[in-house]
Every structure is written in structure tokens, then in C-alpha cells.
Design a protein around this ligand. Structure first.
Ligand code: SF4
Length: 271
């Protein structure tokens, strides 16, 4: 049986824009598909999933093998793509001709060929890829790599905490009220979060900052892991966050700016 493949929206080498290794080189793998729709999302283009109807209205030419998708079995797995042969003959869809369908070994090979030690798995939402455990295991065995998974806080992580060595770390977002997605947060993730992991609060306004304080206090997060607060670009000035931190004596919380948005155009892809 063919191996499951990951739907990779883009892959590239850049500097880490966020979290513990901010400013260092990292090789990025951006997976396609997300289970949330934050109202400030800057990677919405990578969030949509290819639905059967969307995927099956193309022509043979677009499928690349002369067959029409409508005549084929084009049902896309809910969260990730199966072998491209099951879809449109060459892995392309009318929805996004740029999506690549890669096995865990192919992703690992790309990472190693980059010569970069830091790996960032991002999205979309990487943890909804059905075969993510296989990729994480492969990456964890290579002690020369440091892999960080940027995850949105809505996917249960408890089963991974016990299994993964600390060269695999999670940066878990808490989507504050301003995102419109707060109800989706899986708060149990914070109960057993490890010291090698990070929680990141993405804030739009003072209400979000207040909610951040509540959650930090309820789960004792600053004693357990690294805690960042990050501004939704264009919605809140970083200095307002600093003022709030001073006012509320927020020790052990770090302000984080998304470096890549200052180095490149805030809308730029692949950086
Ligand atoms: S979780 Fe991340 S990728 Fe998904 S919609 Fe929100 S900001 Fe976008």
C-alpha cells in the first residue's frame, strides 16, 4: 500500500521569526489545512482543505495524466492527502497547483539537504496531518536536528508529551478572544506541558492581555515552560503590551515581535 503523504503548501529556508530560536536559521515546512479560522490569519491561503467537489471539477489537462478528475476517485482525506495517484494522477489539484505531496522520508531528505539544524513545522496546522507522528518520530531520531512545531492550541498534545524527546518541542498558541477562536482551545494541553515547550499568547487588545493573565495564572505556565506574548500585527502596538506588562508586573513573560514581518513585506510568503 502506498504511504500516506503530507500536503506541503511550501517549504523554504529563512530565519525563525518567532519563539526560542527567533533570529536563527530554520528550515520551514508549511503544511496545508487548518481546523481554525482566526480572523487575523496571515496564512489563510494555506488553511483551506481540498474538498471533493473542488478537487473534482478540473479537466484532464489539469490532472496531468489525461484523465478527468470526475472519473477518478478524488476523495481527499479529511486532513491530509493520500498518494497523489489516488487523486488527480500527478498530485496536482485545481485548487492549488503548488501543493506538494511528500512522504515523511522525502521531507526529512529535504531538511537534511538544507544543512540547517533548526526545523519549523508550521501551517495551517501541522498536528492535524494524520501521519504527523511518523514524521515526528523520524525527526526525533536525528539528534542533530531541533524541531519546533507551531500548533494552534486546538489539537490535543498530551499523547505526544510523554513520547517525544526534547529535540521535538511545541510552541502552543493560546488564541485569545480577539481571534474569534478561543472556544476551540484545548486547555488540557497546558496541564502537562514540558519545560522544553512554549506557550504563545497572540493578543489584539487589552481584553486579550487580561485573558492571557488569567490563563497563565490558572495553569501556572510561567513555572512550567517559556511564555511569549505576541502582537497581532497591525492591531496593537508592541509598546501597549510593554506598558501592560509593567503595569501588571508580568515577570517571566517575554514580548515577541514577528521578526520576519519587519525584515520583509508583512504579506510576503516563503520568508
Ligand atoms: S490557527 Fe494559525 S493557520 Fe489556522 S487560521 Fe489561525 S492563524 Fe491561521
Amino acid at each position: 500500500m502506498d504511504k500516506l503523504r503530507f500536503a506541503v503548501a511550501e517549504k523554504f529556508i529563512s530565519i525563525n521569526g518567532e519563539a526560542r530560536r527567533a533570529g536563527e536559521l530554520s528550515v520551514f515546512i508549511r503544511f496545508r489545512g487548518c481546523n481554525l479560522r482566526c480572523n487575523y490569519c496571515d496564512t489563510l491561503w494555506a488553511c483551506d482543505e481540498v474538498k471533493q467537489e473542488e478537487n473534482c471539477t478540473n479537466t484532464g489537462a489539469e490532472c496531468g495524466d489525461g484523465r478527468t478528475a470526475q472519473k477518478m476517485s478524488c476523495v481527499r482525506d479529511e486532513n491530509t492527502a493520500r498518494d497523489p495517484g489516488d487523486m488527480c494522477g500527478d498530485g496536482k489539484t485545481t485548487h492549488d497547483m503548488n501543493t506538494e505531496y511528500m512522504t515523511a522520508e522525502e521531507i526529512y531528505g529535504y531538511i537534511k539537504s538544507s544543512g540547517v539544524k533548526n526545523v519549523t513545522l508550521t501551517g495551517g496546522e501541522p498536528m492535524i496531518q494524520k501521519n504527523i507522528a511518523e514524521l515526528l518520530e523520524l525527526l526525533s531520531e536525528d539528534k542533530n536536528l531541533r524541531t519546533e512545531i507551531e500548533t494552534n492550541g486546538a489539537v490535543p498534545l498530551e499523547e505526544y508529551y510523554g513520547k517525544m524527546p526534547d529535540n521535538i518541542s511545541f510552541t502552543v498558541d493560546y488564541k485569545c478572544p480577539g481571534s474569534g477562536m478561543e472556544k476551540a482551545m484545548h486547555l488540557q494541553n497546558f496541564e502537562k506541558i514540558r519545560s522544553c515547550d512554549t506557550v504563545k499568547f497572540v493578543v489584539s487588545d487589552r481584553t486579550d492581555l487580561e485573558k492571557m493573565c488569567e490563563v497563565i495564572s490558572e495553569y501556572g505556565l510561567t513555572e512550567k515552560c517559556t511564555v511569549y506574548v505576541s502582537a497581532v500585527f497591525g492591531r496593537i502596538e508592541p509598546r501597549e503590551i510593554v506598558d501592560y506588562m509593567i503595569e501588571n508586573k508580568l515577570n517571566d513573560v517575554r514580548l515577541q515581535l514577528q521578526i520576519h514581518k519587519y525584515v520583509w513585506d508583512p504579506q510576503a510568503r516563503g520568508v
